[in-house]
Design a protein around this ligand. Structure first.
Ligand SMILES: [Zn+2]
Length: 609
């Protein structure tokens, strides 16, 4: 039997944030063994060149040092030898994000892509990881949370872990420290959440709420054959939000205020967004971790991998994340409609939606969505937000046109059967062909207009058929993100067409919207705002100041551009009606009521194709 590649991870120096990783290969390539590190991490579509954190690296064989020649930014070639080779690297771990590695005196967190060298030509071999604690007293009482299988009995402990191959090795992040751990079951499968960071969270409540969300998704797509455990890894900070999906786990960051404390009742807006995040990453265990675009089957982690399908994998996941909250009964229909109204608002406020379609947005994620500049909202569309609205429109279209016989649920079930369970991957255009085939509908125009084109989705009539009324109104100020009716009595604001943020003690133009009064006048992102009609302007007072004027008024805006004081003459206008909110119709017909129930009701995801 082949000997596994043996990795040792030593949490060596928390003060210097250095992790020492060694790898022993028993049968290296006799012509010289090549080792490499990934340039990107699955789920986050940007070249990150993890090799740049390698501080030192050396190789030895048979007790003597051998030559290790660097052949490109991420690859090393060891001199030929016929005995086992050990490569040892010191890695700087001080990137506190779900995509990186971070090690200090309070905890260690890492993704395999940051630490583990790949043995070129032998990436199918089994891998073993010996995880060693940091020197005393730092690691006293530290526990280890990872979905990687262990060879030792004790749970949440340092020791020996293993993975079937390199691909799996890098799919199990580790969180190590003073962890709070809660456990629950979903369909008989053990699940857990491990929290790092101070928090007075109600663990019992989180576990029971997460179980409901996970159940809802499992009812929809069925338990994957290889899902025998699942772990949510959560870092709690003062301020933060984000996640990254894996096959048996997910890494999450949230703000302390997002979590419910003991005795707290109801679902706050912050907790709702935390549950939405967990729901999102859990849905990914099907949609993108097991069912992937063909372009990722297998992943090529050296260079960018291009696909026009990220809107399917992120957009449809974004649609089902909040939908599962209402279907599982954790939030009300009203609360769900508020979330939907916010997403619609986000999409229709971006003029970039007319310049880029979601296929292009997916394809160019590497250089555009992940590298957003100040012009982003004018030039690109989010494959998450618009993708989720396409999912909504497709779902409602299928329901209406098939008289409720077919929905997006059925399309996803069939895609999962065809492209997920088989491991084949979804070809470009795969969702469209499955949706057309199982519904028997001609969906060419739909995909041509909304996926390959930049058309605005016609949501109002579709929602109306499900008993939901679609409303648009003007924004009431910079904190108005839509979803709610807004205060009727508010004096209307005039429109400048720019977003300001506070940086230190200065107010800075962050975004200047296309074709807005600010753009026409010549204001630009990066300008420091000084005064509006000679009175000081701050991000905090801009809304009230703009309420003092009427549409058509000409004002003088004074800014610093670099170090030059410049005055701009701006003609204010009426704000566009770009803020959406949705309400339930009070006089629903029977068919509208039925449609709404089968879409949002608890029985919705029980219906199988
Ligand atoms: Zn996602």
């Amino acid at each position: 039997m082949a000997v596994p590649h043996r990795y040792t991870v030593y949490l060596k120096n928390p003060g210097a944030h250095l992790i020492e990783v060694s790898l022993t290969v028993d049968k290296p390539d006799l012509t010289g063994q090549l080792f490499s590190m990934p340039a990107w991490i699955p789920g986050s579509y940007m070249i990150r060149d993890f090799s740049r954190h390698v501080v030192s690296i050396r190789a030895e064989s048979d007790g003597a040092e051998i030559e290790l020649h660097k052949t490109d930014k991420s690859t090393w070639l060891a001199a030929p030898c016929d005995a086992p080779v050990t490569v040892t690297a010191e890695i700087y771990a001080y990137d506190l994000s779900v995509r990186g590695a971070h090690f200090d005196t309070t905890h260690a967190y890492f993704n395999g892509v940051c630490l583990f060298l790949r043995v070129e030509g032998q990436q199918q071999s089994e891998c073993e990881v010996e995880l060693l604690p940091p020197p005393d007293p730092v690691g006293i009482d530290w526990r280890v949370a990872s979905s990687m299988r262990s060879r030792h009995e004790e749970k949440y402990a340092f020791g020996i872990y293993y993975a079937d191959d390199y691909d799996e090795l890098i799919d199990h992040p580790f969180e190590i420290g003073h962890l709070m751990i809660g456990e629950f079951e979903v369909g008989g499968i053990p699940h857990a959440i491990a929290i790092n960071g101070q928090s007075r969270v109600d663990m019992g409540r989180i576990c029971s709420d997460l179980a409901q969300v996970c159940n809802t998704h499992t009812r929809l797509l069925g338990k994957p054959a290889d899902l025998d455990r699942y772990l949510f890894l959560l870092m709690v900070h003062g301020k933060g939000y984000g996640g990254l999906e894996h096959r048996w786990s997910s890494s999450l960051v949230c703000s302390r205020k997002d979590l419910p404390h003991r005795g707290e009742e109801g679902v706050s807006d912050d907790y709702r967004s935390f549950l939405g995040l967990c729901s999102h990453e859990y849905f990914h265990l099907w949609n993108v971790k097991r069912m992937k675009p063909s372009a990722f089957t297998p992943y090529d982690l050296r260079d960018e991998s291009y696909t026009g399908l990220l809107w399917v994998f992120e957009g449809i996941t974004s649609y089902y994340d909040d939908l599962a909250l209402v279907r599982s009964g954790l939030i009300s229909t009203e609360s769900y409609l508020e979330l939907l109204g916010k997403t619609i608002t986000r999409v229709i406020r971006g003029r970039g939606r007319f310049r880029q379609n979601v296929e292009e947005s997916s394809f160019d994620a590497w250089t555009k969505f992940y590298k957003q500049e100040s012009n982003a909202s004018n030039a690109i569309v989010s494959y998450y937000a618009k993708g989720s609205l396409i999912a909504l429109a497709l779902d409602l279209t299928l329901r209406v046109q098939s008289d409720n016989a077919i929905s997006l649920d059925n399309v996803m079930q069939e895609c999962w059967r065809r492209f997920g369970e088989t491991g084949e991957g979804m070809p470009e255009g795969g969702l469209e062909s499955v949706a057309s085939e199982i519904s028997g509908l001609d969906l060419f125009d739909f995909f041509e207009r909304y996926v390959r084109g930049t058309g605005d989705l016609s949501l109002s009539p579709l929602l109306n058929d499900a008993g939901i009324q679609y409303h648009l109104r003007q924004s009431q100020g910079r904190r108005d993100t839509g979803g709610k009716q807004g205060r009727k009595s508010k004096t209307p604001i005039t429109w400048l067409g720019a977003e300001l943020v506070t940086r230190g003690d200065r107010e800075v133009f962050k975004v200047v919207h296309a074709d807005s009064p600010a753009e026409i006048a010549g204001l630009a992102a990066g300008d420091f705002a000084v005064a509006l009609d000679n009175l000081q302007l701050t991000a905090g007072n801009i809304d009230n100041r703009l309420r003092e004027y009427h549409s058509g008024d000409r004002v003088t805006l004074t800014v610093f551009r670099r170090d030059e004081l410049i005055r701009f003459s701006v003609t204010l206008t009426t704000p566009p009606a770009d803020t959406c909110y949705l309400t339930e119709k009070t006089d629903c017909s029977e068919s509208e009521e039925k449609q709404k129930r089968s879409w949002l009701g608890p029985e919705a995801s029980l219906k199988q194709a």
